[in-house]
Design a protein around this ligand. Structure first.
Ligand code: S3P
Length: 161
């Protein structure tokens, strides 16, 4: 299973809980990227730019795309064509976690660990609007997470059965 969705959609938390309930390993892509690059996400963005970050992200996705783990992606993974293609063509179930922009933004605004969330609100909103079609295009199901974590988990487990 691959979890996709904008920053703040709960991918990491949902992956952790699903991992416990379904007894599966989880891969947190951002953590893997930090490990393979040997530096933090803000450092990668400032030293190598977003394009440098996307290349690390693609390598990590490629390495884990055949594993049985639950993969929690970063919100921008769909914007890099090669990564998008992996997600679009995988046999794994791809779950798109979504919510209204305002709810997502309230969870991420001012987070210094997320370089793209610290731009002006309008620019973050533009990113969200541009990405929505990509998330929809490569996912098997879209889950509205605004009804809460437990409801989200149950909807995913139900879908996977
Ligand atoms: C990004 C989302 C982040 C992280 C990086 C870029 C994005 O992951 O990969 O800061 O482009 O939306 P989360 O979605 O886990 O915050």
């Amino acid at each position: 299973m691959i979890l996709i969705g904008f920053m703040g959609s709960g991918k990491t938390t949902v992956a952790r809980i699903l991992g416990e309930r379904l007894d599966k390993k989880i891969i947190e892509m951002d953590e893997e990227i930090v490990e393979s690059a040997g530096k933090s996400i803000p450092e990668i963005f400032s030293e190598e730019g977003e394009s440098g970050f996307r290349k690390y992200e693609f390598e990590v996705l490629k390495d884990f795309s055949h594993s049985d783990a639950i993969i929690s992606t970063g919100g921008g993974v769909v914007t890099f064509e090669d990564s998008f293609e992996i997600i679009k063509s995988t046999e794994k179930k791809v779950i798109f976690l979504n919510a209204d922009f305002d709810l997502l933004y309230s969870r991420i605004s001012g987070d210094i660990k997320r370089p793209l969330a610290s731009q002006p609100t309008d620019e973050v909103k533009d990113l969200y609007n541009k990405r929505i079609a990509m998330y929809k295009d490569c996912s098997d199901i879209e889950i509205d997470t605004s009804s809460g974590l437990e409801e989200t988990i149950l909807k995913i487990i139900d879908f996977m059965e």
